[in-house]
Design a protein around this ligand. Structure first.
Ligand code: C2E
Ligand code: CA
Ligand code: CA
Ligand code: CA
Length: 279
């Protein structure tokens, strides 16, 4: 048995041996990928329901693997987290995304905001503030244009540390979004302790809008409570016109999902911004 983080244990069985070998190969190719700089950032637009315009985007990492093609985060982020390689990847994503958004701004495509996913370890590693500051400094992006997306795991491990880091992030002018809200165990009342700006409703809740009244009711309740706590709400996984209509009616602030656009490479994101600029 191998000890993972926290109280998790993984028991190895013979069937798992090939998976382990594959994982070892993946780890060494992950190291090579960092060396060769094979990570690219795709962007998924966030649309403001008040204006109907793209006002920002989420940066989502992909690994352009030399033989396996474009790999999505589920294929390598867990291993990157286990091996600690995630911190280098986070820095690369931050650097790429902040530079890109600044370039779009310089090209007259608007003063956009970008959100970057920060894994729980990074929050507790102690250098997150420096890493964020460096990215802003190198790109020339304003702090108010950078949002940090964190999950509940980051909050619950060492809440006191998290609260302190959040304070520093906000003191610098950046905003903080709580990702995948509703999938963890925290309640909105527990969340009041944390200085958060944005709540992202997980796609699991959005997906069932229109099928089942209760699920619509959950989304509605989250929006209402988040607003009462002074938070902005983003709905993720908006896949249909029905979702969009419901969320507009319920005064959700921003939407993100396949109905608007899948995550796309920078060139395609830029084309969308240019098209929007023309209207
Ligand atoms: P997430 O932060 O919750 O990101 C949203 C995921 O939902 C993305 O998957 C996105 O492609 C997908 N998605 C967006 N709209 C829709 C939709 O309408 N329907 C459905 N079914 N899915 C939608 P992706 O890009 O594969 O990323 C998966 C996860 O990997 C992310 O979940 C995030 O937790 C992690 N991740 C992505 N980029 C990074 C990164 O740069 N650093 C770290 N640490 N994690 C990342
Ligand atoms: Ca996210
Ligand atoms: Ca999410
Ligand atoms: Ca997710």
């Amino acid at each position: 048995a191998k000890r993972l983080g926290g109280n998790q244990w993984r028991v190895y069985t013979p069937e798992m041996r090939s998976a382990t070998v594959e994982q070892l190969n993946l780890e060494s190719s992950l190291r090579k990928a960092i060396f060769r700089d094979e990570f690219i950032v795709h962007y998924q637009p966030k649309v403001s329901l008040a204006s109907g315009r793209i006002t920002g985007m989420e940066a989502l990492v992909r690994w352009q693997h030399p033989t396996m093609g474009l790999l999505h985060p589920s294929r390598f982020i867990p291993l990157a987290e286990e091996t600690g390689l995630i911190s280098v990847i986070t820095e690369r994503v931050l650097a790429q995304a902040t530079r890109q958004v600044r370039q779009w701004q310089d090209a007259g495509l608007g003063r956009l905001r970008v959100a970057v996913n920060i894994p729980p370890q990074q929050l507790h590693k102690g250098d997150l503030i420096d890493v964020l500051q460096q990215a802003l400094h190198d790109s020339g992006l304003a702090a108010s244009q950078l949002e940090v997306e964190l999950t509940e795991t980051s909050l619950m491990e060492e809440p006191e540390v998290a609260i302190e880091v959040f304070r520093q992030i906000r003191a610098m002018g950046m905003t903080i979004a709580l990702d995948d809200f509703g999938t963890g165990y925290s309640s909105l009342s527990q969340l009041r302790r944390f200085p958060l700006d944005t709540l992202k409703i997980d796609q699991a809740f959005v997906r069932d809008i229109g099928h089942c009244t209760e699920d619509g009711a959950i989304v509605r309740a989250i929006i209402t409570m988040a607003h009462q706590l002074g938070m902005t709400v983003v709905a993720e996984g908006v896949e249909t016109a029905e979702h969009l209509e419901f969320l507009t009616h319920e005064r959700c602030d921003y939407v993100q999902g396949y109905h608007i656009s899948r995550p796309v490479p920078a060139e395609q994101m830029e084309a969308m911004l240019r098209a929007q600029q023309a209207t």
